[in-house]
Design a protein around this ligand. Sequence first.
Ligand SMILES: Cc1cc2nc3c(=O)[nH]c(=O)nc-3n(C[C@H](O)[C@H](O)[C@H](O)COP(=O)(O)OP(=O)(O)OC[C@H]3O[C@@H](n4cnc5c(N)ncnc54)[C@H](O)[C@@H]3O)c2cc1C
Ligand code: SF4
Length: 332
Amino acid sequence: MTELMPEFEIVRPESVNQAVAALTARPASRFLAGGTDLIVNMRRGLVETDTLVDLTGIPELRYIKTGNTGLSIGAGVTLREVTTNPEIRSRYAAIAEACDTIAGPGHRSAATVGGNLCLDTRCIYYNQSHWWRKSNGFCLKYKGDICHVAPAGNRCRAAFCGDLAPALLVHGAEVELAGPGGSRRMPLADLYLEDGDNHLRLEPGEFVVAVHIESQNIQNSSVSAYAKVRHRGAIDFPLAGVAVACRKTDEGAIEVTAALTGTNSRPFLVEGFAPVTPGSDRAAAFMDLEKLVQKQVSPQRTTSTASHYRRLAVSALARRLATNLAVALDRT
Ligand SMILES: Cc1cc2nc3c(=O)[nH]c(=O)nc-3n(C[C@H](O)[C@H](O)[C@H](O)COP(=O)(O)OP(=O)(O)OC[C@H]3O[C@@H](n4cnc5c(N)ncnc54)[C@H](O)[C@@H]3O)c2cc1C
Ligand code: SF4
């Protein structure tokens, strides 16, 4: 059955202030970046708006700043620009590797950092055509009154499936926002909520301007990586994804930070993993990390792949990345 694009108007602000004013003037508008997710969702009738505020013509959003003071990436920078930046690839490998795995080369030339961080959550009962969802009686997230994934519950369990967020999380990123109330910064982890129908902690009219990694979060002796499992080896969302960063302390212990995506309605940092002290059994420690991940993830029946597989796969990936990164640290 053919799905026609609805009618809509595009407003093209040239500054952050103009974008805020445009959204304030028409509160039912939606921000448009690369459009690689939003336009698909509009076509499927999942986004209803008559106005898009296009952020791609705003020079303030299109910069990458690297150096000893840290890393800043404007929300309008494309994923291709991130992957081809040599400094990001050498000092923040997880970020470049995560972007490498997002969609296909054509998508990455248009898709942006801001759009990836603010990606809608996904579910096998939601990312379908209008007629498919209608024949299924819709669902809590859109026009329905029941969740097909967890019918006894009263909240949407759709999964956040952006690849970039966990890679930024393990590097301690902050997010810069602009909106009618001015601008503010917060830890990236705080941008997200565990609610598939309302997973972004953004005030009305607020949007992402940039992400920042401060110099104290960059350690010369740190290494990072990203890996995901997906149905196809290319152009596919993560069924589950994990970023890991490892760093050697002055005492020679290995500090491990891991963050996950695809398993919950938000990307999040794994909690409670103690540094691996010199001389201790590393293999046993990383097995503990695997168990911690298994306990903290909460994959639901939001994909055609079993939740248990996603839990086991992502925890095994976390252990594998940590093991390989620790070996890489030994060589530095
Ligand atoms: C075939 C296919 C495969 C894909 N595979 C993957 C994948 O493997 N991994 C993955 O992560 N994604 C994937 N995607 C989704 C999408 O391509 C990417 O997530 C992309 O980074 C989205 O960025 P965008 O700039 O195109 O966002 P848009 O589509 O323009 O916007 C996405 C959402 O973010 C909002 N938004 C955009 N910019 C901002 C901002 N600065 N502040 C606040 N809100 C904003 C929009 O209003 C919209 O709700 C895939 C898409 C397709 C079509
Ligand atoms: S988790 Fe439930 S409410 Fe959310 S999109 Fe899926 S079926 Fe709908």
